[in-house]
Design a protein around this ligand. Structure first.
Ligand SMILES: Nc1ncnc2c1ncn2[C@@H]1O[C@H](COP(=O)(O)OP(=O)(O)O)[C@@H](O)[C@H]1O
Ligand SMILES: [Mg+2]
Length: 273
């Protein structure tokens, strides 16, 4: 169980406080697949970053299976970060390295800093990487440079790398925002499959409600840092959406803002090239 209690995060911008996440309380049972939706600026990315301690909370507490995550430091904190594998919109692979090596880096991350510094892969790392690539249907691409793959393939490599971390939780921040519908579906199916087969908790920021409805057990909607809906996809009716957002088309709202996200997909691919 991942327990988030009254979690808040504020930033200071030009001397004035900006509240990104405000008083968020959620209990996420092991093995649940949660979709987080909301407009750009709602606090979705900040919430994920707080969960793996890439950002420090201003207030509140996170615990996992009774362990106080907000209090971790040093080696324990690094271990926690390895147990919460992150997947990003821009894939974040090392473009000049081959697919296999990218996946094995997940195993090194798990093993800790010394192994990562030496970049020394064990036989176990290799076997594990091949298994992960088999699951993601990427064995044929194993020796290709990561930046020669399509966006959809790159995101599946990122998922394979996450698996090599042997995570308890996968945190995915808009994993399909740069992909065409067919590749987006493959990536979401892969996440769902892993969630169901391995019992890994998946928390996924999504920009379309339809996707959250199709793949997730639970939807959390955020607005201005707060949770404004938390429940089963079937409970998120049009009437409820209207109430929350004051408009009929949340899709429209969210889609409109997605075009203004900071890193356009094409730039992200070019960076890797
Ligand atoms: N590092 C930061 N410094 C200042 N403000 C930030 C920072 N990160 C996020 N914010 C602000 O926090 C709010 C929530 O941002 P974010 O979590 O990125 O939302 P979302 O992922 O839902 O688009 C926004 O107002 C954003 O500008
Ligand atoms: Mg975001």
């Amino acid at each position: 169980m991942l327990r988030i209690e009254r979690l808040s995060k504020s930033f200071s911008r030009d001397g004035a406080p900006v509240v990104a996440v405000q008083d968020v309380t959620l209990d996420i049972p092991k093995g649940q697949m949660v979709g987080i939706i909301g407009r750009s600026g709602a606090g979705k990315s900040t919430l994920l970053r707080l969960l793996n301690r890439l950002a420090e909370p201003s207030a509140g507490r996170i615990s996992h299976d009774g362990e106080n995550v907000t209090a971790l430091s040093g080696r324990e904190l690094r271990a926690w970060r390895a147990r919460c594998a992150m997947i990003f919109q821009q894939f974040n692979l090392v473009g000049r390295l081959d697919v296999m090596t990218n996946v094995m880096l997940g195993g090194l991350f798990r093993a800790g800093t010394v192994a990562s510094l030496l970049k020394r892969f064990t036989e176990e790392n290799r076997i594990e990487a091949i298994h992960a690539l088999m699951r993601l249907d990427l064995v044929d691409q194993a020796l290709q440079r990561a930046d020669t793959l399509s966006g959809g393939q790159q995101q599946r490599v990122a998922i394979a790398r996450a698996l090599a971390q042997r995570p308890s939780i996968i945190l995915a921040d808009e994993p399909i925002a740069s992909l065409d519908p067919r590749n987006a579906a493959r990536v979401m199916e892969a996440l769902r499959q892993i969630n169901q087969d391995d019992g890994i908790t998946v928390i996924c920021n999504l920009h379309t409600l339809d996707t959250a409805r199709t793949y997730c057990d639970r939807i959390v909607a955020m607005a201005q840092g707060r949770v404004v809906f938390d429940g089963a996809p079937s409970a998120l009716t049009t009437a409820r959406l209207h109430e929350i957002y004051g408009v009929d088309g949340i899709e429209e709202q969210i889609d409109e803002t997605i075009t203004s996200t900071s890193v356009p997909p094409r730039v992200a691919i070019a960076v890797n090239a």
